[in-house]
Design a protein around this ligand. Structure first.
Ligand SMILES: [Zn+2]
Length: 297
């Protein structure tokens, strides 16, 4: 928790949902923990990235309710379903508006189309109805008790048209999947573009001058130091580029990353990323969307 001029924030980290199947090293498939940020004043609050499954919605919703604030907005950083399929459920529970950038709203509609092909297969019966109810806000800005909350376009990171939320009065950036903290990064959708656009997004976040960064996926034991999370996110991309040169197979990449990052959570994401990166290399004729989708299943 951090406090400045009547505004504060706190983070709730949900456990990944249960899942069938094992990874190449024999351990169970596990998604990354999901983090939601509550930014609050004396009366009102704003929640970010409300998660994926009904169980997560209940746990997060009860935590929010315990804060005793009036939830005015639910902000969604990007279109991936793990960040927002619960938005409708929680918006209804708290009477809040769901807000996102125009680009993210388009990506959310894509996420709805992908849902039966991916998310409902991974987590059957666990995900609530997910209509896209998000709206844009003028100039990508809204306020919480007079404090500015600014939606900043980050472009391509782990997917297209991603954004972060900048709260200048808290020196805080809620970074979605532009920055990671102690968990494996989802690299699959960068298999064709490379990591240049993502590096630009990291620079965009850094230029906001945050002291604190809350990442969309994180190890809850770690702090939210901006300089550390930015440096580690860059390093992870550097290492991935190096391993893409030295490792010939997805399995080799997977093992080598674990060797370098033994404490990172969400090895399912590492395996999916490895399969997509090497799948795109081995089948350049196939559309990347098809490759990333099959990498999950
Ligand atoms: Zn994502």
């Amino acid at each position: 928790m951090s406090q400045a001029g009547g505004l504060a924030y706190d983070v709730f980290v949900n456990d990944p949902p249960p899942q069938d199947g094992v990874l190449p090293n024999g351990e169970p498939k596990r998604f990354s923990p999901m983090a939601s940020t509550l930014i609050y004043g004396g009366q009102d609050a704003v929640l970010t990235d409300p998660g994926l499954t009904g169980d997560q919605a209940r746990a997060l919703g009860d935590w929010v309710a315990g804060r005793g604030r009036n939830l005015t907005h639910i902000f969604v950083t990007h279109g991936h379903g793990d960040h927002w399929f619960n938005a409708g459920l929680l918006a209804e529970r708290f009477g809040a508006r769901v807000v996102a950038s125009a680009g993210t709203i388009t990506q959310m509609q894509g996420g709805v189309a992908t849902r039966p092909l991916l998310w409902d297969k991974l987590y059957p019966g666990m995900i609530p109805p997910s209509p896209v109810t998000a709206v844009t806000v003028p100039d990508n800005r809204f306020t919480l008790e007079g404090h500015d909350l600014v939606i900043v376009e980050a472009g391509h990171t782990d997917s297209d048209d991603t954004t972060v939320l900048h709260v200048p009065d808290l020196e805080l950036v809620v970074a979605g999947d532009a920055i990671y903290n102690g968990v494996h990064m989802y690299l699959g959708q960068s298999a064709v573009s490379g990591f240049g656009p993502w590096r630009d997004a990291i620079a965009t976040v850094e230029a906001l001058g945050p002291r604190h960064i809350v990442t969309g996926h994180q190890n809850r034991e770690l702090d939210d130091d901006a300089a550390r999370t930015i440096a580690e996110t860059r390093q992870y991309l550097d290492d991935a580029e190096e391993l893409l040169r030295t490792e010939d197979t997805a399995e080799g990449f997977f093992s080598a990353k674990i060797e370098r990052y033994p404490d990172y959570l969400g090895r399912l994401i590492l395996w999916v990323s490895a399969r997509a990166l090497y799948g795109a290399r081995e089948h350049p004729e196939e559309p990347l969307g098809k490759i990333t989708l099959s990498s999950w299943l």
